[in-house]
Design a protein around this ligand. Structure first.
Ligand SMILES: [Zn+2]
Length: 258
């Protein structure tokens, strides 16, 4: 299984997931359809399905155009009502097959939006799985709570995504990493993993490279919203539970300027 990040718009990521044997491909949030299809053409893969993480225009906004360009393509998403172009609604736990070797598990990860879906993708037994987290889990951050509660974000981050195998690659919806790490340092200035990751992320960006993927393990080490699960983090921010800590860190981040 091959995964290609496709930078779109200002700081969005679409992704291509490709079975290199059968050349079948899936696109995650292809907001700029022509850009994604050009890459398919260059590498000779056939786009079979679209996986939409959530209804915001910078994620679902390319679906209708993609349906014109690739007639008959299946568009998956968490809602038929507000996800543009969605043909097949997914529930938590639904499984799809991209090819003989690649399967996709839908994980309902609400809070940023109600119907937000993350996609857990597994290939052959010896391949490390990947999860596409849209605007729920960012590298060292999380999406704003537009349609949900801190309780939901806690479940989405620390239970649903946090339960995936630690080596799982994390591919998120935006390149916000440097800014997220700078904020994370204001919460945990003594966390050495944060400093290391920030130095690396700055280097990547200066070289014009993305900071995806991360891993679930690295997120447990550096993401303040996942680390809200730890009693020492809750104490640090003066809270008595993970949910309370996530809400407090979110409020701080919403008021923070670089
Ligand atoms: Zn969004």
């Amino acid at each position: 299984m091959k995964i290609i990040p496709v930078p779109c718009l200002e700081d969005n990521y679409s992704y291509l997931i490709i079975d290199e044997i059968s050349n079948e491909a899936a696109a995650v949030d292809p907001v700029e359809p022509e850009k994604v299809l050009r890459i398919c053409q260059e590498i000779g893969c056939q786009l079979k399905i679209i996986l939409t993480t959530h209804h915001h225009w910078d994620h679902a906004g390319g679906n209708e155009k993609m349906k014109e360009l690739v007639p008959g393509i299946t568009v998956y998403g968490g809602s038929l009502d507000n996800v543009k172009g969605c043909t097949n609604k997914l529930e938590n736990g639904d499984k799809l097959l991209l090819s003989n070797d690649i399967s996709i598990l839908a994980l309902h990860t609400p809070c940023h939006t109600n119907g937000h879906i993350s996609y857990y993708v597994t290939g052959k037994a010896d391949e490390v799985p990947a999860v596409f987290t849209g605007d729920t889990l960012f590298i060292a951050g999380c999406g704003k709570f537009f349609e949900g509660t801190a309780e939901q974000m806690y479940r989405s981050l620390c239970v649903t995504l946090g339960s995936l195998p630690k080596p799982t690659w994390v591919y998120c919806g935006h390149e916000y990493t440097v800014s997220n790490l700078l904020f994370a340092q204001t919460v945990e200035p003594e966390n050495t993993k944060l400093a290391q990751k920030l130095a690396w992320a700055n280097q990547q960006r200066q070289s014009g490279l993305p900071t995806v993927p991360s891993t679930i393990e690295e997120e447990w080490e550096t993401n303040p919203f996942m680390r809200a699960e730890l009693p020492e983090m809750q104490e640090k921010v003066g809270c008595k539970s993970a949910v309370e800590a996530i809400q407090k860190i979110r409020n701080q981040k919403d008021n923070w300027r670089r």
